[in-house]
Design a protein around this ligand. Structure first.
Ligand SMILES: [Mg+2]
Length: 400
């Protein structure tokens, strides 16, 4: 009917009203209210003409930093976490075929395009870690384009600070390696002493967590969980390997300490069974493992419907942490965020600070709020990657 909401020349207001009835009459009244020459109607959306033109990857240790460039002097950064760098470069090169020339602000569309590109390897860790890095870079570009922190685009801040661990007031006791199927009294006693010492250190207002790391067999774990009840442990983490719902249900029925998991459950489809079966109390989604900001926000919404908070897992650099912080800043149900200082050998500069209480400020500035020293990144030595491989004392393969 009209171009940019302006009536075609030669059609009078009276004729148009007569021809098109009450809907058009409403439109006319609106035009009268805002002015027929409202410049806002004529302004092109700045985000509509931006296009992806190139990408670069920089391996640093077991991470690969990813830069996505555009035709508008705005670029974005993300992190592809944990994958062998020898794999990330060629995989990213191959997937770039689906990004070249695309509008980087169509983040949901591009997430779907990448995730559902090939029916035979939809999802999976290698694809999702790579999509996570791309997704972070797209949000970084979009935030910079609009001149706002990413959390503003996710609905705005729901909190002013983000509680993090480890700090002097929040400590997670580690599992310390694979354990045999039957625990000795000394094994159990060792964990109890570590948890007791952690509680004494953080005080009554602090938080103690225990990371089972999928390596304590269920009978061992149940025995231990019942023995540590009096130390008010905030959660037992990863009591079983991902997706093993029947084991989770068995542990949940036998243990009073809250159960947390999720660092290797990557999508809404992985997370929903835990929620439906009510066998976890806390979801530990990892933004860098699970498809980035786009998927993390959806996981948080899903968990919200069951009144389950997120305690995001992270072993990422400042880039991956920033991405996770932006989601955390925008969701309603949150407990505590894992945070280790990793500036990728001095190449990343963060925009937040952790105070003496263990609370982090929100990232500042447009996009993710991380400055990258690209010149220094380009001079980094070749990356080393080693497959970890868990082993039992008898040499057999163990989960860890
Ligand atoms: Mg863990």
């Amino acid at each position: 009917m009209t171009k940019n909401g302006v009536p075609p020349r030669g059609i009078s207001r009276r004729n148009m009203l007569a021809a098109t009835g009450s809907a058009a009459a409403g439109w006319m009244l609106l035009q009268d209210a805002v002015g027929a020459e409202n410049p806002a109607i004529q302004v092109a959306d700045r985000a509509s003409s931006i296009r992806i033109t190139a990408f670069k990857t920089y391996p640093v240790g077991n991470k690969t930093l990813l830069k996505i460039e555009t035709n508008q002097k705005v670029s974005g950064w993300g992190e592809i976490s944990q994958l062998p760098p020898t794999v990330v470069g060629p995989l990213m090169q191959s997937m770039y075929e689906m990004l070249d020339g695309e509008n980087p602000t169509r983040i949901e569309h591009l997430w779907q395009k990448l995730y559902r590109a090939h029916r035979d390897f939809r999802g999976g860790a290698f694809m999702l870690h790579t999509i996570a890095g791309i997704d972070m870079a797209l949000w970084d570009i979009t935030g910079k384009l609009h001149g706002v922190p990413v959390y503003r685009l996710l609905g705005g801040p729901t909190r002013e600070k983000i509680r993090v661990y480890p700090t002097p007031k929040a400590y997670k006791v580690p599992a310390g390696g694979p354990k045999p199927a039957s625990a000795s009294p000394r094994d159990i006693e060792g964990y109890i002493q570590n948890i007791k010492a952690a509680r004494e250190r953080v005080g009554k207002d602090g938080a103690v967590m225990f990371d089972a790391h999928c390596c304590l067999p269920p009978p061992f774990l149940i025995q231990l969980a019942n023995a540590i009840e009096s130390y008010d442990v905030l959660w037992i983490e990863e009591p079983a390997v991902p997706g093993n719902i029947e084991v989770f249900k068995r542990i949940k029925q036998a243990v009073k300490v809250p159960i947390a998991t999720g660092e290797r459950d990557r999508t809404i489809w992985d997370v929903i069974p835990y929620l439906q079966e009510r066998c976890v109390d806390i979801i530990q989604h990892d933004c860098a493992h699970g498809g980035g900001i786009t998927q993390m926000k959806k996981v948080a919404v899903l968990a919200e419907t069951y009144f389950v908070p997120l305690a995001p897992h992270s072993v990422a650099s400042f880039l991956g942490i920033a991405a996770s912080f932006h989601v955390t800043a925008s969701i309603p149900l949150f407990l505590i965020h894992e945070f280790y200082v990793n500036d990728c050998a001095g190449t990343l500069h963060k925009s937040w600070e952790v105070d003496k209480n263990g609370d982090s400020s929100l990232p500042q500035g447009p996009g993710l709020g991380v400055e990258v020293d690209e010149a220094a990144l380009a001079k980094m030595p070749p990356s080393k990657f080693k497959w970890p491989g868990g082993k039992n004392p008898d040499g057999s393969v163990a989960d860890y």
